[in-house]
Design a protein around this ligand. Structure first.
Ligand code: HEC
Length: 125
C-alpha cells in the first residue's frame, strides 16, 4: 500500500522532466541543458538521412550533413524552425514516417530528441 502511494507520487514528479530529457538512455535521466546538435542530433541525421540529403546527393535541395545546411533548408524553404518543433517540416516528416524515405521510421526516442533540440532553439551546440 505504501509502495502504491510512492509510485503515484513519483510518476507525477517525473512527468514534466520526461519531456525531452529521457531520450538518452546512456546519459543520466536528469540532463543539464538541451540535447546537443553535434553529439546527439547530427549522428542520427548522418546515419539515416545523409545518404540522400548529403552535400552531393541533395534530394529536394536539402543537405543535412552540416548544421549550416540543416538550418538553410531545402529548395522550397526552411525545414527546421528554431523554437517551434511542431512547425518544422523535418519533424512533421519523420513523425509521419515519410522520412527516411523507403526505410524504417526513426524510433520515438530519436524523434523526441530532435524535437527537444529544436524546441530549445536549434543551436549549434
Ligand atoms: C532514400 C532517400 C532518402 C532518405 C534516406 C531521406 N530522404 Fe528526405 N527526401 C528524399 C526525397 C526524394 C525527397 C523529395 C521528395 C519528397 O518530398 O518526398 C525528400 C524530402 C525531404 C524533406 C522535404 C523537403 C521540402 O522542403 O519539401 C525533408 C524535410 C526530408 N526529406 C527530411 C529527411 C530526413 C530528416 C531524413 C532522415 C531521417 C530523410 N529525409 C531521409 C529522400 C530521402
Amino acid at each position: 500500500m505504501m509502495g502504491r502511494a510512492r509510485a503515484g507520487l513519483l510518476s507525477v514528479a517525473v512527468l514534466p522532466l520526461g519531456i525531452g530529457f529521457t531520450v538518452q538512455p546512456n546519459e543520466p535521466w536528469v540532463q543539464a541543458g538541451p540535447p546537443s546538435y553535434a553529439r546527439q542530433v547530427a549522428p542520427i541525421l548522418r546515419a539515416r538521412c545523409v545518404e540522400c540529403h548529403g552535400a552531393d546527393t541533395k534530394e529536394a535541395g536539402l543537405d543535412l550533413s552540416t548544421y549550416e545546411a540543416v538550418m538553410k533548408g531545402s529548395e522550397y524553404g526552411t525545414v527546421v524552425e528554431a523554437g517551434d518543433a511542431a512547425g518544422s517540416l523535418l519533424v512533421e516528416m519523420v513523425t509521419a514516417g515519410e522520412m527516411p524515405q523507403d526505410a524504417d521510421p526513426l524510433p520515438a526516442e530519436e524523434i523526441a530528441l530532435i524535437r527537444a533540440w529544436i524546441e530549445a532553439g536549434a543551436t549549434n551546440n
